[in-house]
Design a protein around this ligand. Structure first.
Ligand code: SF4
Length: 244
């Protein structure tokens, strides 16, 4: 295993996206400051910690509603001498107008090794043109950030819509921005989900990638089965079926 995904936080989210893949994993609520499956995480870190090339802090809800859990997890990674790249997934909502506590907590996260924010482009973010609010006092504290985009038909209806989202990203591109990673939804068997995916032809994809070199599109082929990337889920299972 080279890349480890860790679920952070509990069952709460401050958005309600029509395509949420996290809902099915909201099996328990936690107190901010707790780590889900701490014992399992410790044994994984004992075995693989020093070999990891990246760690992704992900969630079934919004991880930044549990900032103390993020800090505690980062401290644990430090205790196990994990020195690789550490990324945090977020829908970005709390970053638009961060309160002072969150800014302070972000400074601590950065000092504990958080390298990158992976900010989801949600329907709300796009329709309310919120990308222009980045960077802010918080993103200035991380080395870089990238955007994540789910190519779900209930949001990205077609190639024109994807083009419109990319134009908004281009307009608001900032120094710390690295790329947009877009992927098609996956079904319960962890395969490309034709039913809920945006219909894009290979021609559309090639045109979009030529036009926006910062756009990467994944998910038509199976890329999660190599075992290089594993995620520790809230129910304690360690599986390759989650995005990176
Ligand atoms: S932000 Fe993420 S977890 Fe929250 S509702 Fe949207 S997809 Fe689900």
């Amino acid at each position: 295993m080279k890349n480890l995904g860790i679920f952070i936080g509990g069952s709460r989210c401050n958005l309600n996206c029509p395509y949420c893949a996290g809902e099915t994993h909201r099996i328990k609520e936690i107190v901010d400051g707790e780590i889900i499956n701490e014992e399992s995480l410790r044994s994984i870190l004992t075995e693989y910690g020093q070999y990891l090339e990246s760690v992704t802090l992900t969630s079934a809800g919004e991880p930044l509603l549990y900032p103390k859990s993020i800090i505690k997890t980062l401290s644990l990674l430090k205790d196990y001498k994990v020195s690789c790249k550490i990324k945090l997934y977020t829908n970005g909502k709390t970053l638009i107008c961060p309160d002072k506590d969150l800014v302070d907590q972000f400074c601590i996260m950065h000092s504990l090794g958080l390298d990158e924010l992976c900010v989801s482009i949600t329907p709300e973010m796009f329709h309310e043109d919120l990308l222009k609010k980045f960077p802010n006092s918080i993103t200035a504290h991380v080395f870089e950030h990238r955007y994540n985009l789910v190519l779900h038909k209930d949001f990205i209806e077609n190639a024109q819509m994807l083009n419109a989202v990319m134009e908004q990203v281009k307009e608001n591109k900032v120094e710390s921005f690295s790329k947009v990673v877009a992927w098609f939804p996956r079904n319960e068997e962890d395969e490309y989900d034709e039913f809920s995916s945006t219909k894009l032809t290979l021609f559309d994809i090639k045109n979009l990638k030529d036009k926006y070199p910062f756009l990467e599109i994944y998910g038509l082929e199976d890329r999660y089965e190599s075992g290089d990337k594993m995620t520790l889920f809230p129910d304690g299972s360690l599986l390759s079926s989650w995005c990176s």
